[in-house]
Design a protein around this ligand. Structure first.
Ligand code: ATP
Length: 371
């Protein structure tokens, strides 16, 4: 079968280093005895948003700072748009020569410059009129045109972050590096600011690497997430891949609290206190850890309140978009254990309400027990 020229072009173009905004190879970094980053490979394509996600101290910021050139490279190689910008003992291009846009938790605007002047600051390569037009266009898109002549101190935190974003994006960098850019904002401002940020970033065609410790934020922003632990990337993939096909129990737990039980495979399934879980591909008699997301536990009230010998509700709480049910369930050997169900919308059965449970196997994850 012959291949059409357009297909050849697309295939070539996707693998071309020019379409790779950032490529980090075998990066390791120590602070004294602490291994902050340990043999990490990471790529960000042009137009792609990649989130570095992980708990505090796992090395996210160090990796981002190495990409920025704010931390000098100890091991590995950093390429931007196919060009090597840092190699140990070799060339280390300073941050200002890497064609980057940087945005941090603190907007760090110049207090003595107006909003417009803050955004035009890095546009020295343009004529004055063009600088002004470019900055005004960005401020307009971020709903801030009315504040062009204002000074940063009159703006809210969310507005300041948007000015910082406009300032970073204005010179049309090939790569944007964002470190916890929304974490100082309150919930409502955070949601709106990150929505505006995502749309603007996506319209620029730049690659973006963003650090966050918030899994929901990573899922909102990212085309791909790299989940880190102890200086290593544990899993990298789309939000759906990480959430629905987690390769490690740590990945499951990082996206939210789970019910955890043990079980033994019998007849290709595992009987747990929460229900039966299919265990295809596991040997008969294998001992597994069973991680059950609360939303996998579907609850149906049955009979009259007060039958404590049966699975029943301990407490129900409305969380807004969903309801969290604290449950008492029974193991096969008659022990009582507690667990959680998350049901959509307002679903608040009374305390002591007997219930039956049904499991959604797509949100139940099995892992062979160590040893
Ligand atoms: P956080 O979300 O808390 O910022 P992080 O995942 O971004 O955490 P890093 O800030 O990269 O993690 O830190 C990784 C490890 O390196 C931590 O153990 C941290 O204490 C250590 N570390 C980071 N910067 C330095 C430094 N300048 N000097 C000494 N140790 C450092």
């Amino acid at each position: 079968m012959s291949t059409a020229p357009a297909e050849i072009f697309e295939a070539t173009d996707r693998t071309s280093p020019k379409t790779m905004a950032l490529s980090m190879r075998d990066i390791s970094h120590r602070f004294g005895e602490t291994i902050a980053v340990d043999a990490v490979d990471l790529e960000v394509r042009a137009g792609e948003v990649v989130c570095l996600l992980g708990p505090s101290g796992c090395g996210k910021s160090t990796l981002l700072r190495i990409a920025a050139g704010l931390e000098s490279l100890q091991q590995g190689e950093v390429q931007l748009a196919g060009e090597t910008v840092a190699r140990p003992g070799g060339r280390q291009l300073p941050p200002e020569r890497r064609n980057l846009g940087l945005m941090f938790q603190d907007a760090a605007l110049f207090p003595h410059l107006s909003v417009l002047e803050n955004v035009t600051f890095g546009l020295t390569h343009l004529a004055t009129g063009e600088r002004r037009a470019r900055a005004l266009e960005l401020l307009e898109r971020l709903g801030l045109a009315a504040y062009a002549a204002s000074y940063p101190h009159v703006l809210s935190g969310g507005q300041q972050q948007r000015v910082a974003l406009a300032r970073a994006v204005a010179p049309a960098p090939a790569l944007m590096l964002l470190d916890e850019p929304f974490s100082a904002l309150d919930t409502r401002l955070r949601e709106q600011t990150r929505d505006d940020t995502l749309h603007l970033l996506k319209s620029t065609g730049a690659g973006t690497l963003m650090v966050t410790h918030d899994p929901e934020e990573a899922m909102f922003m990212a085309d791909r997430i790299a989940l880190m632990r102890d200086g290593r990337i544990l899993q990298v993939g789309t939000p759906t891949e990480l959430y629905c096909h987690p390769t490690d129990p740590f990945v499951v737990r990082f996206f939210g609290e789970v019910n955890e039980v043990e079980g033994v495979v019998a007849n290709g399934e595992i009987r747990t206190a929460f229900g039966v879980v299919p265990a295809p591909g596991y040997a008969e008699g294998a001992r597994l850890d069973v991680l059950i997301r609360p939303e996998a536990v579907h609850v149906r009230p049955v009979g009259d309140v007060g039958h404590h010998e049966r699975t029943h509700v301990i407490m129900s709480r409305l969380l807004g978009r969903s309801s969290l049910l604290h449950l008492c369930v029974h193991t096969s050997d008659g022990q009582e254990i507690h667990g959680h169900s998350r049901m959509p919308g307002v679903f608040l059965p009374a305390e002591s309400q007997p219930v039956t449970l049904e499991l959604d196997p797509s949100q139940v994850f099995l892992y062979a027990r160590p040893g």
